[in-house]
Design a protein around this ligand. Structure first.
Ligand code: SAH
Length: 215
């Protein structure tokens, strides 16, 4: 899978390739036989695990902000796959925090991570997954060098910009039916520069009730 993503020019750095090779996507999904196919898969609760090329693209966009010792927040952490990749990249001196609003998904993501190469980071505390509304970010460990949002927001939540370090980067899908993957860089004076990377299709960043109703 990783070799394929490299051949297609989606994975371009050694760090991202190593993280994706270390964290076996097969332990994060129930249907292991489809784990390495490049498409999203249902994980229940009206949501999906993103396709490998989307995970890879986001890791690449954030790569310079995922150096050892850095702090990263993963909003809508779902299966925990990307949170695990982040933890491997930032290492024991860094912090990888997942926030997910479905408690059952948080519980299963912890089991998935325990079965993966990121297990030591969970044990030793540099990796944690919390139940919460990710639109509020996770203030406890702010500011973050990198923030990833795995669900599409109607607009960029203010709390996430507040919790970004100057020099830090937020990658977030924005929009309703038509969505753009936006890359938000915080400048040293606290202002932000935003660019559209590509058109995407994610499930919405919404309330738990609206998601479970299937709005
Ligand atoms: N990146 C994850 C999941 C992607 S699906 C993966 O690839 O496995 C998006 C996730 O965002 C879902 O798990 C959904 O439950 C969660 N989500 C949606 N709105 C949220 C919110 N307001 N706060 C926290 N999580 C949210």
């Amino acid at each position: 899978m990783v070799e394929n993503l490299q051949n297609h020019g989606i994975v371009t750095s050694d760090e991202v390739a190593k993280a994706m090779e270390a964290v076996d996507r097969g332990v994060f999904v129930t249907d292991r036989s489809s784990a390495y196919v490049d498409s999203p898969m249902s994980i229940g609760y009206n949501v999906t695990i993103s396709a490998p090329h989307m995970h890879a693209m986001c890791l690449q966009l954030l790569e310079k902000h995922l150096k050892p010792g850095m702090r990263v927040l993963d909003v809508g952490s779902g299966t925990g796959y990307l949170t695990a990749c982040f933890a491997v990249m930032v290492g024991t001196e860094g912090r990888a925090i997942g926030v997910e609003h479905i408690p059952e998904l948080v519980a299963s993501s912890v089991k998935n991570i325990e079965a993966s190469a990121a297990s030591p980071f969970l044990k030793e505390g540099s990796l944690a997954v919390h139940v919460g509304d990710g639109r509020q970010g996770w203030a406890e460990f702010a500011p973050y060098d990198a923030i990833h949002v795995g669900a599409a927001a109607p607009e960029i939540p203010e709390a996430l910009i507040d919790q970004l370090k100057p020099g830090g980067r937020l990658v977030i899908p924005v929009g309703n039916i038509f969505q753009d993957l936006q890359v938000v860089d915080k400048n040293s004076d606290g202002s932000v520069s935003i660019k559209d990377e590509t058109s995407v299709r994610y499930v919405p960043l919404t309330s738990r009730e609206a998601q479970l109703r299937g709005d």
